[in-house]
Ligand binder design. Structure first.
Ligand SMILES: O=P(O)(O)OC[C@H]1O[C@H](OP(=O)(O)OP(=O)(O)O)[C@H](O)[C@@H]1O
Length: 218
């Protein structure tokens, strides 16, 4: 498996949802924005499932026994607040038996000429030992939120596998996580954009996903 899988490289209906979340007109409908992130969560989960271990089982139908293959991994989905809430819900719709956790992360107030700094707050984590962690954050800009969150998670327990699920990623962020992530991972992103601007926003990106889903923070 490649370390980065870019879902929009394969033409599919995912591209319609991506087009809608980027559109400044369609973004005015925040319910639709959230629903599109949720639908992208469904598609991302389906793709990640293709990299999982499966086991054979037998189920009884009304007519006979059927031999089936089902996911054999214990999945935990951790969403980075706020923007990952609808995206993470989509992942949970698909991995419906998954446990879930939450980590609050935000960018500290900008200081002219200084690098972006990320703070972590609220943390609720299940035990991850021996489990497959899917860490969800729709925007991978500098990559600091993801690296900081994984470092925090590893203080309490270590998953056996790490999947990073994002929607739009910047090349700078992918390079940062490649160098700084404290454990092996696979990145699943719907699109890789051109660059970060001087405020470390992804260009063309979509703007502030948390604000678009839930309204502006004071
Ligand atoms: O890769 P990074 O540079 O760390 O940036 C990405 C983070 O920035 C956004 O969150 P934001 O701080 O806007 O918080 P919000 O989701 O609560 O709006 C986004 O949802 C990511 O969590």
């Amino acid at each position: 498996m490649k370390p980065t899988i870019v879902l929009n490289e394969t033409p599919s209906v995912l591209n319609n949802y991506l087009a809608e979340i980027r559109s400044v007109e369609i973004q005015k409908d925040s319910m639709r924005f959230r629903q599109n992130l949720r639908r992208i969560g469904w598609i991302t989960a389906q793709e990640i499932s293709k990299a999982m271990a499966f086991e054979q089982k037998t189920v009884t139908t009304p007519l006979a026994e059927a031999h089936v293959h089902t996911v054999a991994e214990d999945v935990v989905i951790i969403s980075i607040l706020r923007a990952a809430i609808p995206f993470g819900e989509g992942l949970l719709d698909v991995f419906d038996k998954a446990e879930s956790g939450f980590v609050g992360a935000w960018r500290e107030e900008e200081i002219e000429g200084e690098e972006v700094r990320v703070s972590l707050g609220y943390t609720a984590l299940p035990d991850l030992t021996g489990k497959t962690l899917i860490l969800a954050d729709p925007m991978l800009a500098t990559g600091k939120s993801l690296v900081k969150t994984v470092n925090q998670i590893l203080k309490s327990s270590t998953p056996s596998k790490l999947h990073l699920a994002t929607v739009i990623s910047a090349p700078e962020g992918i390079s940062y996580i490649s160098k700084n992530m404290p454990m092996a991972f696979q990145l699943w992103t719907s699109a890789i954009d051109e660059k970060l601007n001087e405020k470390a926003y992804i260009v063309p990106g979509l703007g502030d996903a948390g604000d678009l889903a839930f309204g502006q923070k004071k």
